[in-house]
Design a protein around this ligand. Structure first.
Ligand SMILES: Cc1ncc(COP(=O)(O)O)c(C=O)c1O
Length: 367
């Protein structure tokens, strides 16, 4: 079955008791067991529940992995993956990553004895040099956030294999429609389902897909032991969102691409970051790696001061001033004080997210 057919049918078998075409939301927290000690499909909803399994089945299929595990939020999913690390291990991350991931890595994991360092993951040679004997995991975003840098997933996978590391891709911005990191050699793919998978700004969720069954089982064990599972209603909404994922992502990519070209022509715009523009440094990798488009996010810098930047984000009519990536509606934001406010100021400056006090720069999502 093709991607779009699987998005609609996998995990969505009609309900055997009523014949309902759409599987129901199963709210039960516990399940009757046939015997005290025998096997059962379900026993307790933290360990597994039918609606969550339906979403996990479709995501595992779309990402081409052996097992998907759905979490309460994208950050719970990220944390679930980093629980594979132990004190003394080193985590190598990209510099252009989501602010909340930066905070978890640098402020939470670092305090638990896991060393963390960041490298420009668009530069494979720099990654090679940054790997240490104790490095266990390389964390990348194929499309970075907020500068929309492009990381070569297959190139990173080759390094991960050489150095015996786990390669994890936060694929929230690209979605499995544009890029499937497991097919490019990553070990684990993670999505904030709050964004394009849910697609309507009405749920929080995260999902991780493991390339091999053993890794999937370990991640599930850790999730069951710690408890950050996706709830039944969110699982149902994610199943529904996935059915239109391809249509939405392709339409959003086409609109973002037109918007990026238009912005480039405006005299008040100093720089546009969009992987689909030939002027973008990652354009060639992006054209090879992404299928069907370059994503729904555009970031740009204006030729003006802070007050001018603020006037822009506060005066758009359809684009609403809010963090997140936008869904069927469009959002606009200033990363330095909003989505990336949790970065240390020096880390923000190092990666090129200019401070609100010295330059104006903002990022927008488009539908
Ligand atoms: C790339 C990326 N990863 C992870 C997250 C965290 O997801 P959540 O907000 O669902 O916890 C976000 C949220 O904006 C994100 O943009």
């Amino acid at each position: 079955m093709e991607f779009r057919t699987r998005a609609i049918h996998v995990g969505q078998e009609p309900d055997p008791t009523s014949g309902a075409v759409v599987p129901p939301v199963q709210l039960a927290s516990t399940f009757v067991l046939p015997t005290a000690d025998g096997p059962a499909d379900y026993d307790y909803a933290r360990t597994g529940s039918p609606t969550r399994h339906a979403f996990e089945a479709v995501l595992a299929s779309l990402d081409g992995g052996q097992r998907a595990i759905a979490y309460a939020s994208g950050m719970a999913a990220t944390h679930g993956v980093t629980m594979l690390l132990k004190p003394g291990d080193h985590l190598l991350t990209g510099t252009d990553i989501y602010g909340g991931s930066w905070r978890l890595f640098n402020n939470v994991l670092a305090e638990q004895g896991i060393s963390v360092s960041a490298v420009d993951t668009t530069d494979l040679e720099a990654i090679r040099k940054a790997v240490r004997p104790e490095t266990r995991m390389l964390w990348i975003e194929p499309i970075g956030n907020p500068l929309l840098s492009v990381t070569d997933v297959a190139g990173c996978a080759a390094i991960a294999r050489e150095a015996d590391l786990l390669l994890v891709a936060d694929n929230t911005l690209a979605t499995p429609v544009l890029c499937r990191p497991l097919e490019l050699g990553a070990d684990i793919v993670m999505h904030s389902a709050t964004k394009y998978i849910g697609g309507h700004s009405d749920l929080l969720g995260g999902v991780v897909v493991a390339r091999d069954a053993e890794m999937g089982q370990r991640l599930h064990w850790l999730q069951n032991a710690t408890g950050g599972v996706m709830g039944p209603l969110e699982s149902f909404l994610c199943c529904r969102g996935v059915k239109t994922l391809e249509l939405r992502v392709l339409a959003q990519s086409a609109t973002a691409s037109r918007l990026a070209s238009w912005l480039q022509e405006q005299p008040q715009v100093r720089r546009v970051h969009y992987p689909g523009l030939a002027s973008h440094p990652g354009y060639e990798t992006a054209a090879r790696q992404f299928q069907g488009g370059f994503g729904g996010m555009v970031s740009f810098e204006i030729d003006g001061d802070v007050a001018a930047a603020q006037r822009v984000v506060e005066s758009t009519k359809l684009f609403q001033l809010a963090v997140s990536l936008g869904a069927v509606e469009s959002l606009i934001e200033l990363p330095a004080v909003m989505s990336h406010g949790s970065y240390a100021p020096e880390a923000r400056r190092a990666v090129g997210i200019s401070e609100i006090s010295d330059q104006s720069e903002f990022s927008k999502s488009s539908d």
